[in-house]
Design a binder for this molecule. Structure first.
Ligand code: NAD
Length: 403
């Protein structure tokens, strides 16, 4: 199916970014929000992205004008009536998303694809609100959409293969990198990233090391930013919500570190309100020590050792669980983590890291962590099966990949 015109519902940070990406590919795009002020703000964000390209000499002012002409702002669903594909990027709330999909179904052509950019809600549940649920799919961009190459494409239970193929082709036409992901809580990237961030939070609340030292160690490992700087950037409220969704789906191994809930409760949301693990607004202060002391008194756990492996092995183990559940192929898992999180390129992704370390060593280390730090480290069954079949990684020339 050829997409001649696309639409985006929600002109916030993500919606505006996605509309910019679509217009940049040369396709007309309708951008809707609830009132004209929000629409104008979204269009202003798009203009800013293009202006940045003009300032850097990457495009001329007249090319920018041509691209901006492809963007049409609206407050009415009627303007979607000739769209072949619409991406919803409204608030992360199931009720609001259901309303939007029902409105879309009323005006869109029967053949149109209805996509959601949700970070963590179920695509199948979103689709349950409409009749043409075979046309509903997750097309999950990363923030900022104009910069990040990776896009997760997530079919729900009812999505047709035709819709999946069309969505993948559409994402490719935007010059982005689509990765097909079987639906699960957190999809692929957030499902692997959150346990890594959560482990950093455990290490912090257990007094293993201060936040800035943990950040420094992970940057030395090759991550573009440390886990606490990232938690603050993502927003502690958003992280608490996603953690809850992951815990609800996967149970105790994804139990959020107490400190994450405390940060949310104490309104330390991160960059967005000036204070999180770090202070961004000098008028805000607050020592985290009493909170940490209270957590340690409650859990009785303190002084556990810190190592970068502690965080990275959480990611590796969850990647193995994903592989076992056919959430994505080994190469797509690694590719998604390189493109979606900035996992160090030279290490090739978490599964390549495991192959380099040796799967037998990974299993032994996970067992040790499991005894020392808690059962959340229990090795994914596939890892033990690999060891028993001599799939040890690079040293036996076969592991998650062949060498
Ligand atoms: N921010 C991120 O890092 C990120 C990354 C990936 C995915 N997402 C997901 O993208 C979606 C949007 O996130 P965001 O950060 O852009 O949120 P945002 O709050 O910046 O923007 C949401 C916009 O949707 C508008 N809106 C709400 N109801 C609407 C309706 N009925 N019709 C039209 N517009 C409506 C709001 O007015 C607002 O402008 C969420 O589902 C979020 O989980 C966010």
């Amino acid at each position: 199916m050829f997409i001649y015109k696309a639409g985006v519902v929600g002109a916030g940070a993500m919606g505006a970014g996605i509309a910019q990406v679509i217009s940049f590919s040369g396709l007309p795009v309708v951008l809707k929000d609830t009132d004209q002020e929000r629409v104008d703000k979204g269009i202003g964000m798009i203009r800013k992205v293009y202006q940045g390209r003009v300032d850097k000499g990457k495009m001329t002012a007249s090319e920018m004008d041509q691209k901006m002409k492809l963007v049409m702002g609206t407050t009415s669903y009627d303007d979607f009536k000739d769209c072949d594909l619409v991406i919803e990027a409204v608030f992360e709330n199931m009720k609001v998303k259901h309303q939007v999909f029902q409105e879309l179904e009323k005006v869109l052509p029967e053949t149109a694809i209805m996509a959601s950019n949700t970070s963590a809600l179920s695509i199948s549940q979103i689709a349950s609100a409409v009749k043409k649920s075979d046309k509903v799919i997750g097309i999950h961009f990363f923030n900022p959409a104009p910069v990040m190459k990776l896009v997760e494409v997530i079919p729900g239970l009812q999505t047709s293969t035709e819709t999946v193929d069309d969505a993948v082709a559409f994402v490719e036409s935007l010059r982005k990198m689509p990765v097909r992901v079987k639906e699960c809580a957190g999809f692929l990237v957030n499902r692997l990233l959150l346990p890594y961030l959560n482990e950093a939070a455990y290490a912090f609340q257990e007094g293993s090391a201060p936040a800035d030292e943990i950040d420094k160690a992970m940057r030395a490992f090759g991550m573009p930013m440390g886990p606490f700087a990232l938690l603050d950037m993502l927003g502690l409220d958003v992280c608490a919500d996603v953690s809850m969704i992951l815990y609800d789906s996967f149970g105790p191994r994804m139990k959020a570190a107490e400190i994450l809930g405390e940060m949310h409760k104490n309104n330390r949301l991160g960059v967005k309100n000036g204070i999180g693990f770090y202070v961004y607004d000098e008028s805000k202060t607050g020592d985290l020590k009493p909170t940490v002391d209270a957590i340690q008194a409650k859990t009785g756990i303190k002084g556990t050792p810190f190592s970068p492996e502690r965080l990275v092995f959480q990611m590796i183990n969850e990647a193995a669980f994903c592989l076992e559940e056919n959430v994505a192929s080994p190469s797509d898992i690694d590719l998604a983590m390189l493109a979606g999180t900035g996992y160090p390129q030279d290490k090739g992704g978490p599964l390549h890291t495991a192959d380099a370390i040796g799967i037998d060593v990974v299993v032994e280390k996970l067992k040790e962590f499991s005894k020392q730090l808690g059962p959340r480290f229990w090795p994914a069954p596939i890892l033990k099966r690999m060891v028993s079949a001599n799939y040890l990684g690079q040293k036996t020339k076969r592991g998650f990949f062949n060498y």
